[in-house]
Design a protein around this ligand. Structure first.
Ligand code: PBG
Ligand code: ZN
Length: 326
């Protein structure tokens, strides 16, 4: 105790601080989420997410060059289709010639070492914007959704994805997808479940990017409630039991306690999804001159690692050198 012990001794120089501090995560821990559209030479900046755009596959390949060069470990693909291709069940999501399937093939061809993941959901492909087809009473039909999700995951695996990542929060989606993959001889395709995914107000910029805002209602009937922690934790437990290879907590900065709790109770790799609203929040603060972007990004990312994240799904990933190196 003071005055014999002085904790400031442990912080007195940059050299000592560097020796004691946990290092910032290396680029290999990061997965960059990117939005792909059909066509060529297309680049549509997303207003609410500075530094992120919807890209046609040729443009994605161009943007990936420096990202791969910086050492970033992975890519998580989200697709979009024209409104005319959307239908009740989101069948365009398993089109073998869809933007995501093409992107998987071309990215794996050009950057074979990069880990390629693809989001398995239908909200960007349904005409009503929900994460599965609706019953007559207007709720998402869980088991019918699972059949579509299994087809989507299989089409991604066939295109060469390393990881399929179901995000629709249907009961049994992990089991349905694993069974479909194994039946089709994709037993090496990894399944990273968005296992504890909350109904969050932090997905706004993403839904602008993906044009996937539900036409009516919200996603509270299927995404976890932040008020009910125990059920949210069971979501991850169930997904582990159903055969998920990796778990996820999403959003992440508002859920560090959940990240730490899931970390304590599983030995599976755990991903934190640092979502769009969390990205835009820091950008908006920096833009107003109310905070230093690099400082805020490093501090918040360190919190995710401290709380137990092994893998960081983060829009900062395509700016790794600028934000995480001196
Ligand atoms: C689709 C999906 C969403 C996100 C990832 N997959 C949006 C949603 O559930 O409404 C959010 C990602 C982000 O905000 O960065 N199921
Ligand atoms: Zn969805």
């Amino acid at each position: 105790m003071f005055p014999e012990t002085r904790l400031r001794r442990l912080r007195q120089s940059a050299g000592i601080r560097k020796m004691l501090d946990a290092p910032l995560p290396g680029p290999e821990k990061f997965i960059w989420p990117a939005f792909v559209i059909e066509g060529a030479a297309k680049r549509e900046p997303i207003e609410s997410m500075p530094g992120q755009s919807r890209l046609s596959v040729d443009q994605l390949l161009i943007d990936l060059e420096p990202v791969v060069e910086s050492g970033v470990g992975g890519l998580l693909l989200f697709g979009l289709v024209e409104d005319s291709e959307k239908d009740h069940a989101g069948t365009a999501a398993y089109n073998d010639k869809g933007a995501v399937q093409c992107a998987i093939r071309e990215v794996k061809d050009k950057f074979p070492e990069l880990v390629v993941a693809a989001d398995v959901c239908v909200c960007a492909y349904t005409d009503h914007g929900h994460c599965g087809p609706l019953t007559e009473s207007g709720v998402v039909d869980n088991d019918a959704a699972n059949e579509t999700l299994a087809k989507i995951a299989t089409s991604y695996a066939a295109a060469g994805a390393d990881i399929v990542a179901p995000s629709s929060m249907m009961d049994g989606q992990v089991q349905a997808i694993r069974a479909a993959l194994d039946t089709n001889a994709f037993d090496q395709t990894l399944l990273m479940s968005y296992s504890t995914k909350f109904a969050s107000a932090m997905y706004g910029p993403f839904r602008e990017a993906e044009k996937s805002m539900p036409g009516k209602g919200d996603r509270k009937g299927y995404q976890a409630s932040y008020g009910d922690l125990r059920t949210a934790l069971r979501e991850s437990e169930f997904d582990e039991a159903e055969g998920a290879d990796m778990l996820m907590v999403k959003p992440s900065l508002f859920y560090l306690d959940v990240l730490a709790k899931v970390r304590e109770t599983t030995d599976l790799p755990l991903a934190a999804y640092n979502v769009s609203g969390e990205y835009s929040m820091l950008h908006a603060t920096a833009e107003r001159g109310w905070g230093d972007l690099k400082g805020m990004v490093q501090e918040s990312t360190a919190a995710l690692v401290r709380s137990g994240a092994d893998i960081l799904i983060s829009y900062w990933a395509n700016q790794y050198n600028a934000l995480f190196r001196d």
